[in-house]
Design a protein around this ligand. Structure first.
Ligand SMILES: [Zn+2]
Length: 281
């Protein structure tokens, strides 16, 4: 079975790059890619691309660090309309980001960013619930554990209060500890690993501990012009190295990793997964 990259930002690449990215992904055994928007306009691009490219599916959402203020009525209407489209299979990228430089930006609305992010996350979870979409969410720093100074307790409280796990979803680019992973499972979500799994031994411990049926894989690929060698940019083809790392950590074959993580991703997508399944054989 082929692999599913449950989280990437392919729409941010130059259009002429897409064919190469797709063919390199296919060569590496990737059958489907979910490409997530970070603003309303970026989400529009995701939907347009997913309509045109068979292996691409879309996430729509506004990323916490891309908020320019509270979401407007137009933003919410636009997201809601897009979320009802066939090509849209997840609400993403949404979440909470308390990195100091993000919270320190000037705010036009005068409201603290912590409040603005909280409200936007809740509003987008409500759209996901209405449109029966899984939520693939972002949580970042300071700290990757349940420590009181971390964004995790805030995100988990919102998730609990909104029953965001009703349609499932995943904690994307997971880098937390076992206690955090356990809280993610309890809230009804999968844990999604990306390339940090290759270098972080503490994350490999979490990957060995998790029930196999709750793990999905991703690359979070986006254009990386700060890497001078173009071939070093993370692309969906690198999903294979994440899968290989998981196969070593779990002591199972790469075929079993592909089979099981793709089944998990399809389970996460629910009815939206039917159109993805046909690409995986
Ligand atoms: Zn992302």
């Amino acid at each position: 079975m082929k692999l599913i990259d449950v989280h990437a930002h392919i729409q941010q690449h130059a259009p002429e790059e897409l064919e190469g990215i797709h063919s390199r992904a296919e060569e590496a055994g990737v059958g489907a890619i979910i490409t997530a928007g970070v603003t309303v306009d970026d989400s529009v691009r995701c939907v347009e691309l997913a309509d045109r490219h068979p292996m691409l599916f879309a996430g729509v959402g506004v990323h916490p660090t891309d908020l320019s203020g509270p979401l407007t009525d137009d933003d919410l209407t636009g997201l809601d309309e897009m979320a009802s489209r066939d090509a849209v299979v997840v609400m993403s990228e949404v979440g909470i980001d308390h990195q100091p430089h993000v919270l320190a930006r000037p705010t036009e609305s005068g409201r603290p960013w912590v409040d603005v992010q909280d409200e936007a996350f809740r509003q987008q979870i409500e759209i996901a619930k209405r449109q029966l979409l899984p939520v693939v969410f972002h949580v970042r720093e300071p700290g990757d554990d349940l420590d009181a100074a971390s964004a995790w307790p805030v995100a988990l409280r919102i998730i609990a209060e909104t029953s965001a796990g009703a349609n499932g979803g995943a904690a994307h680019y997971f880098q937390g500890d076992i206690a955090t992973a356990g809280a993610v499972l309890d809230a009804g979500f999968m844990v999604s690993f990306a390339r940090p799994l290759l270098r972080l031994k503490r994350l490999q411990v979490v990957a060995a501990w998790l029930p196999m049926e709750r793990i999905v894989l991703e690359t979070d690929s986006y254009p990386q012009p700060f890497k001078k060698d173009r071939m070093k940019w993370t692309e969906p083809r690198h999903l294979l190295s994440v899968a290989e790392c998981l196969s070593e950590v779990r002591g199972i074959s790469i075929e079993e990793v592909a089979e099981r993580t793709s089944e998990n991703a399809l389970n996460m997508l629910g009815a939206h997964g039917d159109q993805v399944r046909t690409l995986l054989d």
